[in-house]
Design a protein around this ligand. Structure first.
Ligand code: PLP
Length: 417
């Protein structure tokens, strides 16, 4: 049964576990303890049903047909956009749907980057970025002659605003790109402060909110970023849809990214003119079912209340940090105070490779991630090839952390530790 969207905030969002059908599955005769939501979240009935209902009842191509069904599909998609925009304090016209956050960042790197950067300019990102906010800037810099620079991180996995000020003061930075919450360290970066300082220095800002929007209340207007991007599948929504909130003046001046149907106003033999925002940046048939599904996902999160979602994540993170601290030889990477971090907890266990940890966890039906988490420069900075990582969402409870603890005990005993 789908969750009623109007449900009042709950004290403990873990009560919603039943809304996630996949969590009824068993592995090795045990229910799954899913601790990999930083990678992708599970989906509630409400999202699955919204997508199925769209295909069952309302499927037609959008923005084109004059018949009722096409109008209905268009209203569903554009209605979802309006709610997604409002969910993050943005406007529908400046909320662009992309395939995922990676494509959203590429949109900025191709359209803004290639038209604005040149030799002598600098793009400033940080050592804790995901590859999605590194590689597009490497390519943009290689093609325009601009230089890519990195803000360093401290031993605690945090950025220094003094270093930011010093680099900005050199006067060459045209764009600052920063991750809101690190998918490896959990660090919550002071993005509002970073955007204010960058803006004062004349730089454009881009925030990677992939780990923030799913877990806390985000107001893009208050943060003041020129571009704020996130991805639907980590926010209880489907794969195949990401979001870019952009500043209107910039989006209006920028050339299109991908081109073809839907993003045009007039097509001549030699040249064309562009559609209004946001469609100027949405070429071809849109991810309609995915948009509808994302709308249902943010309705679901909104029904729980983002303050409650964050509170739950904090409580669970605090519990997990406390319990992990009991394991001999285990080192947590990133800040240890819950106020300064999100719920992705990366750790190293002396004497056991992260992949072995993840594999032994799997035998206990505990799903954690092991690897470089698409952050190879950060791994090099931390001096590790990979980490094990546990992460949470509203459907997790203390019992999942306890299951992780027994699996870690198991791993230590297998390795004779
Ligand atoms: C912080 C961060 N940025 C970007 C991404 C890329 O997301 P997607 O693969 O949906 O584009 C991820 C996914 O792991 C992430 O954690």
């Amino acid at each position: 049964m789908a969750t009623p969207l109007s449900r009042a905030p709950v004290a403990s969002p873990v009560e919603v576990r039943d809304d996630f059908p996949i969590l009824r599955r068993e592995r090795h005769g045990r229910p799954i303890a899913y601790l990999d939501s930083a990678s992708t979240s599970q989906k509630p009935h409400a999202v699955i049903e919204a997508i199925a209902d769209y295909y069952r009842l309302s499927n037609a191509n959008i923005h084109r047909g004059v018949y009722g069904l096409a109008q209905e599909a268009t209203d569903l998609y554009e209605g979802a956009r309006e709610r997604v925009a409002a969910f993050c304090g943005g406007e529908a016209a400046t909320t662009i749907f992309a395939k995922n956050i990676t494509e959203a960042i590429n949109l900025v790197a191709y359209s803004w980057g290639r038209s604005r950067l040149g030799p002598g300019d600098e793009v400033l990102i940080t050592e804790m970025e995901h590859h999605s906010n590194i590689v597009p800037w490497q390519l943009a810099c290689q093609q325009t002659g601009a230089t890519l620079r990195y803000l360093s991180i401290s031993e605690d996995g945090e950025l220094s605003l003094d270093e930011l000020d010093a680099v900005l003061a050199e006067g060459r930075v045209r764009l600052v790109g920063v991750i809101h919450i690190s998918n490896v360290l959990g660090t919550i970066n002071p993005v509002r402060e970073i955007c204010t300082r960058a803006r004062a220095a004349g730089a454009v800002t881009l925030v990677d909110g992939a780990q923030a929007v799913p877990q806390m209340s985000v107001d893009v207007d208050e943060i003041g970023a020129d571009f704020y991007a996130w991805t639907g599948h980590k926010a209880l929504g489907p794969t195949g849809i990401g979001v870019l909130h952009g500043r209107r003046e910039l989006l209006e001046e920028m050339p299109p990214f991908l081109s073809g149907g839907d993003m045009i106003s007039y097509v001549g033999y030699e040249s064309s003119t562009w559609n209004d925002l946001p469609w100027k940046f949405e070429a071809g048939t849109s991810p309609i079912a995915e948009g509808v599904g994302l709308g249902a996902a943010i309705d679901y999160l909104g029904g729980l209340g983002m303050e409650q979602v964050r509170l739950h994540e904090r409580e669970l993170t605090e519990y997990a940090l406390e319990r992990l601290g009991e394991v001999p030889g285990l080192r947590v990477l990133g800040p240890l105070e819950v106020e300064r971090r999100g719920g992705a907890i990366s750790f190293a266990l002396q004497g056991i490779h992260p992949h072995d940890i993840a594999e032994i966890c799997d035998r206990e039906a505990v799903c954690i991630r092991a690897g470089h988490h698409c952050a190879q420069p950060l791994m090099r900075r931390l001096g590790v090839p990979a980490t094990a990582r546990a992460s949470f969402h509203v459907y997790n409870g203390r019992e999942d952390v306890d299951r992780l603890m027994s699996a870690l005990e198991q791993a230590r005993s297998v390795f004779g530790l």
